[in-house]
Ligand binder design. Structure first.
Ligand code: G
Ligand code: G
Ligand code: MN
Ligand code: NA
Length: 253
């Protein structure tokens, strides 16, 4: 079976799941949200990385139905946790093909309404390159989403520096600092300078910053000192299945 056919079958058989990686607010030392991350549990190969299959799903035009499933499942999960006493902001990644759908706003709203969750508890993560494909259209859609109460984060930030000007024009709630800048933070001054510049700029714009890929205490101390609002990474937790996330939350209290 080709990977293409396997993917078509996987969508039909619902072999996909979501895992959730905690995001910690540095000021309060509390887990305030999660990022949902897609996993494909292949019957023979085990877990296949989304970096491999998401581009293929886009090519095959299968990302639309799966994207809708992700929206509904993530909102439903958030409601489940709510009922168990955990109020967690839910981060949902949007792919370029999803973002191009004319009814995306309605899809997202419908998912939140059906699950009975507040729009303000949903944070949509878009990548810088996605937003740059058609900046004017992106800005309009982001305004519409924020008018409905949804939060917007720009993901993997730092790869396209030319876009700094656009960053100021995009209506954003958060900026996620790419883990490439965090990786060598204890060694190089230049990465520290970039992080400091980003957090200062965001702070003056009222945008929170989430440092990604924080793996040890020294990296945490650095990004904290450099002004990041939140951290995400293996130091706090790897992405977890929903039941393990609940166990993790109950242990932290
Ligand atoms: O979890 P991880 O290392 O394997 O993710 C790899 C890449 O796949 C990341 O760039 C991530 O943003 C993307 N990704 C993970 N889950 C989703 C999802 O639900 N939707 C979209 N569009 N991308 C995702
Ligand atoms: O591109 P995006 O940021 O959406 O994808 C997040 C990816 O980063 C996921 O694949 C996730 O598994 C991975 N990740 C999360 N925390 C860490 C970390 O601390 N170190 C590394 N190397 N990868 C991480
Ligand atoms: Mn992301
Ligand atoms: Na990211």
């Amino acid at each position: 079976l080709s990977l293409e056919n396997e993917l078509r079958r996987a969508v039909e058989r619902q072999e996909f799941t979501l895992v959730y990686q905690p995001q910690l607010d540095l000021a309060s030392d509390r887990v305030v949200g999660v990022e949902s991350l897609l996993r494909w549990n292949h019957p023979e190969k085990g877990q296949v990385s989304p970096a491999v299959f998401i581009p293929l799903l886009e090519e095959l035009s299968l990302i639309q139905p799966l994207g809708e499933w992700i929206l509904h499942h993530a909102c439903w999960q958030q409601q489940q946790w709510q009922q168990q006493g955990y109020s967690l902001r839910m981060g949902i990644n949007l792919s370029p093909a999803q973002f191009a759908q004319s009814d995306l706003l309605q899809q997202i709203e419908a998912a939140a309404i059906k699950a009975g969750v507040q729009t303000s508890g949903i944070k949509l993560e878009i990548t810088e390159s996605l937003a740059m494909r058609d900046p004017a259209a992106s800005i309009r859609l982001l305004h519409d989403l924020r008018d409905r109460g949804f939060k917007i984060a720009i993901d993997d930030f730092g790869i396209g520096f030319s876009s700094l000007e656009y960053l100021l024009k995009f209506p954003l709630d958060s900026l996620k600092i790419d883990r490439a800048f965090v990786k060598d933070i204890t060694r190089g001054r230049s990465d520290r300078a970039i992080i400091k510049a980003l957090t200062s700029m965001c702070q003056s714009l009222g945008i929170s910053t989430i440092a990604e890929g924080v793996e040890d205490q020294r990296q945490r101390d650095y990004v904290d000192a450099l002004g990041a609002t939140e951290i995400q990474g293996y130091l706090i937790s790897r992405p977890l299945p929903s039941d393990e996330l609940l166990a993790f939350m109950s242990q932290r209290q």
